[in-house]
Design a binder for this molecule. Structure first.
Ligand code: GLY
Ligand code: MN
Ligand code: MN
Length: 439
């Protein structure tokens, strides 16, 4: 099984500590359990930043990095072992396991954090943490600092600087390691298989949620128990609702079905969209729109290469889509003027992609010093143009209305261009028709 090694987690912490100012400390809390109903929780998912730095899979934990600390730089607070609770809820590593299994230099029970952490902060000039993400955690940081301040007359030295950790940490997360790329590729393979399966199951009378069930089946069978985000299965007019998740309509012959779904594998997301016809054949208008989106996607993928900036793929899609909509008579006028007026936004109202990684909309700045970021090998992004003609759009002839098409793939920037991680599911209309016919 592909996994992030203990030494890679260690390297990540070292890289972060190398970026921190001298005599500082970083504090990163684990995710908390979230209630779903009364006394029942949602499946626990670890916070991506916390996971990135240590891989510790439990809630009620806090990671602390103290560069240069004699007794160890990586300190973890976590739940203690508890045979009775473990009988009900499963294994806990406990402080000993945190050291033995996750490489912590020093670990303490989470219940002791108020007594111990102020001592680790005391004397440090600067505290890094993710500010404003959790009002509760902001308050706890201030309580720890105030405790130190209350002892100033006895010589305690509180920190004077507080710095948001996100910028530095998210810059590290933006460029993926070889092991991360293997996990993202695996998420892409499982997801591609799931889309193929859903296409084969699509026929009139099947409900959108039944296609969702096929996707989830393939995810779980592949070792990815959770989707990276709620599955979007939109048929007919629902294909025009960008974040549709109702998934309750029965498919009708002649509909398009837009499926946007991706699994999460070992914490890493896939994000894939395919659009296909119920009954197995695109009609003339559907094919025209589909071909245009595919052409836009191809142009964008060709623009993903080192040296190009983040917005180059988006600009490529705007160019192809505006020209194509004009040629089909859905927009009228000069292409450059239509682009300048953003006329395409009536049909293409989102951007061509986003970073992808532990989070489906992954972290990392899109602009650096006011300029679009340059693409570099190891960055991973989606390429996902779409055209959506609202069912109620009376500006266009009725035959066009209710057509929604998005095609989305995950790509990694390489030294010479890019590699598509999700091409296990066809994109060419003929290949989709053939797959559906074989189903
Ligand atoms: N699945 C959400 C997106 O494509 O960004
Ligand atoms: Mn998507
Ligand atoms: Mn996406």
């Amino acid at each position: 099984m592909v996994k992030i090694s203990k030494s890679e987690f260690e390297r990540r912490r070292q890289r972060l500590m190398a970026l921190m100012e001298p005599n500082s400390i970083a504090i990163v809390p684990a995710a908390r359990e979230q209630m779903r109903s009364r006394d029942t929780e949602y499946p626990f998912r670890q916070d991506s930043d916390f996971h990135y730095l240590c891989g510790f899979p439990e809630p009620d934990a806090v990671l602390v990095l103290v560069p240069g600390r004699g007794h160890g730089e990586f300190v973890l607070f976590c739940r203690e072992r508890d045979p009775k609770l473990e009988l009900w809820h499963g294994y806990r590593a406990g402080p000993e396991g945190a050291c033995a299994e996750y490489g912590a230099d020093d670990a303490f029970p989470i219940g002791d954090i108020d007594d111990i952490l102020p001592g680790l902060i005391e004397g440090r000039d600067r505290v890094y943490y993710s500010m404003g993400r959790s009002a509760d955690f902001d308050r706890r940081i201030m309580a720890w600092v105030n405790l130190i301040r209350s002892k100033e007359s006895s010589g305690a030295v509180p920190p004077g600087e507080f710095t948001d950790l996100d910028h530095m940490l998210h810059d590290l997360r933006l460029k993926k390691s070889a092991a991360e790329l293997r996990l993202l590729a695996r998420a892409g393979e499982i997801t591609a298989r799931a889309h193929c399966r859903a296409m084969r199951h699509a026929r009139p009378g099947v409900f959108e949620y039944q296609l969702e069930a096929e996707l989830l089946h393939e995810f779980a069978t592949g070792g990815a128990r959770h989707p990276a985000y709620p599955c979007i299965v939109g048929s007919g007019p629902n294909s025009c609702i960008l974040h549709y998740t109702g998934n309750g309509r029965a498919l009708r012959k002649g509909d398009l079905v837009l499926i946007d779904a991706g699994c999460e594998y070992q914490g890493y997301a896939a994000d894939v969209t395919r659009t296909f016809p119920v009954g197995g054949h695109f009609n003339r208008q559907q094919r025209a729109i589909y071909s245009l989106v595919l052409e836009a996607q191809q142009a964008a993928i060709e623009a993903v290469r080192p040296g190009n900036h983040w917005n180059a793929p988006h600009e490529a899609t705007v160019d192809v889509i505006t020209r194509g909509l004009r040629d089909l008579g859905l927009l009228q006028g000069d292409v450059q003027e239509l682009i300048a007026a953003e006329a395409y936004k009536e049909f293409y109202m989102h951007r061509a992609g986003h970073w992808l990684g532990l989070d489906v909309h992954d972290v990392g700045d899109y602009r650096v010093a006011g300029e679009w970021r340059q693409l570099e090998a190891g960055m991973v992004l989606t390429v996902e143009p779409g055209i959506y003609i609202a069912p109620g759009n009376t500006r266009v002839a009725p035959r066009w209305r209710g057509i929604g098409v998005r095609i989305e793939d995950d790509v990694v920037v390489t030294e010479s261009g890019c590699r598509v991680l999700t091409d296990g599911v066809p994109r060419q209309p003929e290949a989709i028709e053939a797959l559906m016919a074989a189903g």
